[in-house]
Design a protein around this ligand. Sequence first.
Ligand SMILES: NC(=O)c1ccc[n+]([C@@H]2O[C@H](COP(=O)([O-])OP(=O)(O)OC[C@H]3O[C@@H](n4cnc5c(N)ncnc54)[C@H](OP(=O)(O)O)[C@@H]3O)[C@@H](O)[C@H]2O)c1
Length: 271
Amino acid sequence: MNKNILITGTSSGIGKATVYEFANRGWNVIATQRNPETETDFNQYPNVKLYALDVTNLASVQMAMSFAQKEFGKIDVVVNNAGYGVDGTFEAMSDEIIEKQFNTNVFGLMRVTREAIQMMRPKGGGTIIQISSMGGKITFPLYSIYHATKFAVEGFTESLHYELNQFNIKMKLIEPGPIVTEFYGRSRQFIKPTDTNQYDRFIQKFNEAAEKVMKDAEGPEVVARMIFKSATDNSNQIRYAVGKPGPMLLMLRKILSDKWYFWMVRKSYNL
Ligand SMILES: NC(=O)c1ccc[n+]([C@@H]2O[C@H](COP(=O)([O-])OP(=O)(O)OC[C@H]3O[C@@H](n4cnc5c(N)ncnc54)[C@H](OP(=O)(O)O)[C@@H]3O)[C@@H](O)[C@H]2O)c1
């Protein structure tokens, strides 16, 4: 029997690539988006169903889950992909900007996770896959709030896996490195103060180094393939690093002291 997967944030990037990955492998895909009425890319896939889901709105999460359950009976895998990055200087970030970032990347992911658990537990289990980031384990300049959200996702998911093991619900964390998507385009929210130029040189150095990193970045398909692996490998592995140089940096963070790791980051950004 075909398996069923629900994915959040499928209008572009990793979410969209993941829809294609699973649909091409014969899974039924419940692709969810904030504004599904504008989506036409999945039209030629009879096994892809499109629903509205905004992770910041509990009623919309519950409605999409309940539609999916009615239509497919059991949802085997839920992928918490919806998210975006705020970057820039922290002192210029308003409460509203910080709260929205957490409401999407952390509380939104928690809402979907809770509803997924309530759906999966009575059905004998399932797999919940969180799209975290290498930035959930290591940090770079000018991403303080984004890192805070992804560190939260890592701690939340790691603790949760203990209590859900008994119900055969597996928790997975995908940790992508830099991936070419709308994350750095229309989804990006860059913040800097308007009343001082004291950060400008730092921002410029960071941007120059970041541009170089993005030249070698991989596309979202590598992440989609890793998500498929995590959904189907039947292992108890929790973390899956993907997207060069992410896996190498995560390894270096494990073996280097704070002093040497921070030196390496400063050096690579010329700070
Ligand atoms: N690209 C990278 O380098 C990278 C690296 C590590 C981790 N990640 C993570 O990967 C995930 C996907 O990002 P991406 O790189 O594929 O970027 P993307 O192309 O910008 O995709 C982000 C998706 O999230 C959706 N979204 C945003 N807020 C939402 C909300 N409130 N409810 C539902 N959907 C929402 C967007 O939908 P709209 O069209 O409605 O805006 C879009 O479909 C994110 O969690 C991101 O943090 C990305």
